[in-house]
Design a protein around this ligand. Sequence first.
Ligand code: IPE
Ligand code: IPE
Ligand code: MG
Length: 232
Amino acid sequence: MKSINHIAIIMDGNGRWAKAQGKIRTAGHLVGAENVRTIAIAANRLGVKHLTLYAFSTENWQRSQEEVSYIMKLPAIFFKKYMKEFIDRGFRMEIIGELEQLPKSTKEVLLEAEEESKQNKGLHLSICMNYGGQSETVIAAKRYAKALQENPKLELTMDNFHEFLLTKNLPPVDLMIRTGGEERISNYLPWQLAYAELMFVQESWPEFSEEVLKNCIEKYKHRNRRFGGVKE
Ligand code: IPE
Ligand code: IPE
Ligand code: MG
């Protein structure tokens, strides 16, 4: 049976889900954060090695100050509750994004989760926080330019380009799932998604369950990945 190495998820639809329940948008973000635990445990159980979640994009600053500041408080709430459990489960957390722009306390909590779990060998759980693929590409270009000053012979190739990315520790994505019904990438992982299978599900992120994840993996196993070649 085909195994699945890397799943990336755009956790979308929290706000619409909350509105449909007669609640304010931030209530959706809180339930969404709880669902990160459920789905990380499920993915681990289903044999996924890398799970990469889009939590906040470089474009999400455009939202109301109230919503943004609520989202920035969620990592502290979340890791206070689940950090020990995640470490006990062997999860290795990685935080991906332009962290210097986050509030100091948010950044500290996130980096602490990364630091405390760095020896773990289980599920590699990456949280993309203030991440945007286009901005990441510009950062990579600047990092290369800087490296070139130190080593004028340094070539840029398909093989070493990813070393300059914020996502340098991520393998290629096998399956990208977006919840919430929209069918777009919204600036997520352009380099690693190059040959990913894409799935767009109607369930919003707070409704996305182990059952739906299992269905996605089952469907993935029937996809014919050709990588530009020919397979009968
Ligand atoms: C995803 O849900 C979470 C973030 C982008 C932070 P949304 O907040 O985008 O929810 P919808 O898409 O407005 O329903
Ligand atoms: C993508 O969702 C970002 C995250 C889930 C963190 P958005 O809700 O920001 O995307 P758009 O605006 O619908 O494209
Ligand atoms: Mg959205």
